[in-house]
Design a protein around this ligand. Sequence first.
Ligand code: F6R
Length: 605
Amino acid sequence: MCGIVAYVGPKDAAPILLEGLQRLEYRGYDSAGLAVVNSRSLKTRKVKGRVADLASVVPARFKGTLGIGHTRWATHGVPSDVNAHPHLDIEERIAVVHNGIIENADELRSRLETDGAVFSSETDTEVLAHLIGRTVKETDSLEEAVRKALNSVVGTYGIAVVDAQRPGEIVVARNGSPIVLGIGEKEMFAASDVAALIRYTRQVVHLEDGELAVLKADGFHTFTSDARETAKEPFTVDWDAGHYDNGGYEHYLLKEISEQPDTVARTLRGRIDDRFHIAHLGGLNMDARETRSFRRVKIIGCGSAYYSGQIGAQLIEELARIPADAEPASEFRYRSPVVEPDTLYVAISQSGETYDTLAAVQELKRKGGRVLGIVNTVGSAIARECDGGVYLHAGPEVSVASTKAFTSTAVAFALLALHLGRVRDMSPADGRRICEGLRRLPEQIKEILTMEEQIRALAIKYAEAPGMMFVGRVRGYPVAREGAQKLKEISYVHAEAYPASELKHGPLALISADLPTVAVVPDDELLDKNLTTLGEIRARHGRILMVGHRTADAADDCVVVPKNENELDPILLTIPLQLFAYHAAVALGRDVDKPRNLAKSVTVE
Ligand code: F6R
C-alpha cells in the first residue's frame, strides 16, 4: 500500500528519500514522488511508475536537507504524474504526502473551491494541502495548522507535511495508517514502515491514532489532536537492514519460503518446556485461573492470516477441547458482533497494521473483549492494541504473498493450544507428544524444501490449466484454502478451495479433464474418506495432484511429505503448496513478489 518517508537533518534529503522509497516498494504502488525544501521554496518531482523512474527525473543537484517522499497506490483518481504525491497548496508553500482515505474529501473540496481554491489533481490528499495552506496563514504555526486542518477531516490518514517557510521542521500525524519516527544522530526520520528507515536508525517511536509529531534535526515532540503533549519511549527494532535483502534468491518469496526452518525455529525458541510439557508464552499476560475461565476462542484475521487462524481453531479445539472458530476480521468488524466475557479473542496479523483487523480489535476492546494478538511486527498498531499476545519472530516479510508468517502463525497457535490444553485437561503424555512434534518441524521443513525440483516440475505441468480446485477435509481444509490463495494471488490462475466433504454437494459438477484438483490428504483418521473423494474426482476424468504422506492410485501425481503428529501436519502440508504456487507463477512469467492489484499491508478499509 502507499508509503511515506520523511527526513530532516544535515544531509541532502533526496537520496535518503529515494532509498527509503525503494525499501517500501515491496508494499505495492503505482506512482512515486518527493519534495524537498531549499531556500524557502519547495522543489517537487513526481511520476507515474517506479521509484527508479522517479530517481531518473530527480536532478543530481537537488539540494535541500528536509523533505518528504511517497509511493502511491491509487484510490481517488487514476495512477498519473498529477495524482502522485506530494500535493501542494495554491501558493506552493505546503507539501503533503498521505496514506489512507479522506472520507469527506468531496465536501471539503467543494467548500474550498467556493472560497477560490483551484485543484490540479483528483486526489483526496490535495484537499489536505489546501486546508493546511489556508490555516497556516492564520496561525503561523505548521503544527497548529496541521492539527486544526485534521480536526475537520473524517477518514484515515498517515501524513507528513512540510512548509517552505519553515525549513527546519516536518509535521506528521496518524489516524488509522501507520507512522513511525526514526531517531538518528542530529537527524530525524519518519516513515509508514520501519523498512524505510532501518538503514539509518533502529531507534523508533510509533505514533498512536490521533497523535501528531513535530520533527526537527535535534529531536521531536508529540501531541494529541486536542493539543495535549504526549510522552513517548523509543524502542530498538530487532530487525536490521540485512533482513530486507533478498539474500541472493531470485525472489523474496522464494527466500521467505526457504527461510522457514529458521523462522519456525525462532517462533518456537525458548517456548517449549520439556519438564512439564507445556508452552511458555510470557506475553499472554494471563494467569492460570484466568486462562481456565474461557469457554470459547474466537480468532480473527484477514486473507492468509485468517486461513492460519482456521488451522489455529482446529488446534485449539483438538488439543485444548475449547470450542474455537475463525472468521475474517473484515466481516467480523461490520456485523456488530456479540462480545462475550468468557470468550478469548485472538487477532492475527503479520504486519500488525491491517486496517480491518485493527478495527475489529478496537471494536472488541470497546465492548470489553479480551484480545490476544499473534503478530509478527513488534510494536505495530495491532500488537499495541491487544491485551497480550505472541510475537512470531519470523523477521520482516517482504514479498506481498505471505508464507513464513503463515507457518509461524500456525506454530504459534500450536503453542497456544498446548498452553490452553495443559492448564485444562490435556495429559502430560499428550503434551510431550506435541512438544516433540513441534521440535521436529524445522528439520521436516528442510526435508520438504529438498523436494523443490519435483514440485517445480509439477507446477510447470499444471500451470497451463485454466483453473484448479483445491480440496481438503477438516485439518486439510485450511491448507487447501491457503494453497488456492497462494496460487491465485501470485500466478493469477483461478483456484477454488472446497472442503472435500462438500464436493458432491455442488462443485463436483465442475470436475472434468480441464480442471485439475490439488488434494490435501494427510494420513489421519479421515484418510479413507479422502481416498474415496479422489476416486469420485477420478471417475469424472479429473486430474489429481495429491499432497500427503503416501501415494495413491487415484492420483496422477503425489507429493509425499514427512509425517508429524496429526494435529501438526497442516503446517508441513502447506509448504509444498507454497512452492507449487511460486513455481507456477514463475513459469507463467508473473511479477511474483508484487502481484498485480495487491499490496503488502492493507491499511485502508
Ligand atoms: C496473502 C496475504 C494477505 C494477508 C492479509 C493480512 O498472501 O498476504 O492475504 O495475509 O492481507 O495481512 P496481515 O497478516 O499483515 O494482517
